[in-house]
Design a protein around this ligand. Structure first.
Ligand code: KIV
Length: 284
């Protein structure tokens, strides 16, 4: 069993040009299979709101939901670096609240790090969480918790001014003490500039191949999220149609009395059925 990665391993992988691979996971079985497949990191994203609970966005997701799902992922993947995603309103209101809520992820779910969305405006929170002895990761570009102000789930950093603002956000997040940065839905050349500029690892979801590693939403990768498919998704399986076919086959078997068959039922101890009949007769 390979040992769990540390922030120093991640920095060394950046220096050596070795890509870090990660996916989101929200539950025990998915995390177990992802860990068995050798994922370097697992993110318990607040995307669970859309992928697990069927909300139309991430804003309704609560801190408790994120912590419960992080606990399940931690149990499934004890040797994998797990990142808990801080949901909307768990860090925006005040710095002390951000520290306390980040601390709940570590105390209750045993995560290795937390992730916060936003640039310079969340640097005080990142600094305070890091000062509290916890690892914090930044997340810039498309930040789903701010999809309202961003005008929807849209690519970011496509103009020179917007790209420069992202670069400044990235520098500020590193200076605040983040151990890594995630860049979402940004042109590859902008992500490359940020990666070259920062000493900490810079990871991509929809920001091109040159980042220090790639994240994908497990439900997109596996083909079980139907609401929409972002441009940056590559499907590696179509588990949704496979699941529907399995449910249909089961329903057909039940309706045709093919299930359960003899091999799916328990046998009485030999001779006991005759005794039962006798007992019933004696009581009649
Ligand atoms: O919640 C999540 O899965 C995320 C990704 C969209 C980056 O934050």
């Amino acid at each position: 069993m390979p040992k769990k990665l540390t922030r120093f391993d991640l920095e060394a992988m950046k220096a050596a040009g070795r890509k870090v691979v990660w996916v989101t996971a929200y539950d025990f079985p998915t995390a177990q299979f992802a860990a068995q497949a050798g994922m370097d990191l697992l993110l318990v994203g607040d995307s669970l709101g859309m992928c697990v609970y069927g909300y139309s966005g991430t804003l309704p997701v609560t801190l408790d939901q994120c912590i419960w799902h992080s606990e399940a992922v931690r149990r499934a993947a004890p040797e994998t670096f797990v990142i808990g995603d801080m949901p909307f309103l768990s860090y925006q209101v005040s710095v002390p609240e951000a520290v306390r809520n980040a601390g709940r992820f570590f105390k209750e779910a045993g995560v290795d790090a937390v992730k916060l969305e936003g640039g310079q405006r969340v640097c005080p929170q990142i600094r305070a969480i890091a000062d509290g002895g916890m690892l914090a990761m930044g997340h810039i570009g498309l930040t789903p918790q701010s999809s309202g102000p961003q005008g929807g789930f849209k690519a970011q950093g496509r103009t020179a001014a917007a790209a420069l603002a992202l670069l400044e956000d990235a520098r500020a997040i590193q200076a605040a003490g983040a151990f890594a940065l995630l860049v979402e839905a940004v042109p590859p050349e902008v992500c490359r500039l940020i990666r070259d500029e920062l000493a900490i690892p810079v990871y991509s979801i929809g920001a091109g191949v040159e980042a220090d590693g790639q994240l994908m939403i497990c439900s997109d990768l596996l083909g079980i999220f139907q609401a929409f498919t972002p441009k940056f998704v590559k499907r590696y399986a179509a588990l949704g149609p496979q699941m529907a076919a399995a449910f249909e086959a089961y329903a057909e078997d039940v309706r045709a009395r093919r299930f359960p068959a003899d091999e799916h039922v328990y046998q009485m101890v030999p001779g006991e059925y005759d005794k039962l009949q006798a007992l019933i007769r004696a009581k009649a």
